[in-house]
Design a protein around this ligand. Structure first.
Ligand code: IMP
Ligand code: MG
Length: 175
């Protein structure tokens, strides 16, 4: 099956406005702190780059590449493909991801960072599909809640395609 872009679900201008708000909220909540903002590669790249420039704090920038595989309602195992470079011990960590879907990635990542001694761990995701949740997690900062539809663009991919598109789109089957 091949998929092509269907409709714009979240437009660039709306993302920009929401990222501004999230940045302000994070700046307020972490006032006086020096959090580590971790970009979950690769889907969060554009969101992360935009967001950190809206956070008015001395943020430490880092990245992690993970893949999660779980079954049923367990959070599953998290495979770290490329790890962070900063130690999280005693630090306040903000995980920045593209989307919370089943929630497995977020839950496993939070667990891992806490095991490593992070003082606090919060998650920030551009998108959230609450109806798809299999593990109990609520993003601390969420850009947009969306329906159960596969989306691409602004970092999100289908088969490694469409990550560089400016808006978030739904897909349709190519006829
Ligand atoms: P999880 O199910 O919450 O662990 O989501 C894990 C990952 O699945 C996300 O970080 C995305 O990379 C990917 N994903 C989930 N839903 C979508 C989607 O609609 N489009 C593109 N990627 C998605
Ligand atoms: Mg991802």
């Amino acid at each position: 099956m091949n998929y092509v872009i269907d409709k714009v679900l979240v437009a660039e201008e709306d993302i920009r406005r929401r990222v501004d708000e999230l940045g302000k909220e994070i700046t307020r909540d972490y006032a006086g702190m020096q959090p580590i903002a971790v970009c979950v590669l690769r889907g969060a790249i554009p969101f992360y780059a935009d967001l950190i420039r809206r956070i008015d704090l001395p943020v430490t920038v880092d990245t992690i590449t993970v893949s999660s595989y779980g079954s049923g309602t367990v959070s599953g195992k998290l495979k770290v493909i490329t790890d962070m470079r900063t130690s999280v011990e005693g630090r306040d960590v903000l995980v920045v991801d593209d989307i919370i879907d089943s929630g497995r990635t977020s839950v496993a990542l939070i667990e891992m960072l806490k095991e490593r001694g992070a003082k606090s761990v919060r998650t920030c995701a551009l998108l959230d599909k609450p109806s798809r949740r299999v593990v109990d997690i609520k993003g601390d900062y969420v850009g947009f809640a969306i329906p159960d539809e596969f989306v691409v663009g602004y970092g999100l991919d289908w088969n490694e395609k469409f990550r560089n598109l400016p808006h978030v789109y739904t897909l349709k089957e190519e006829k």
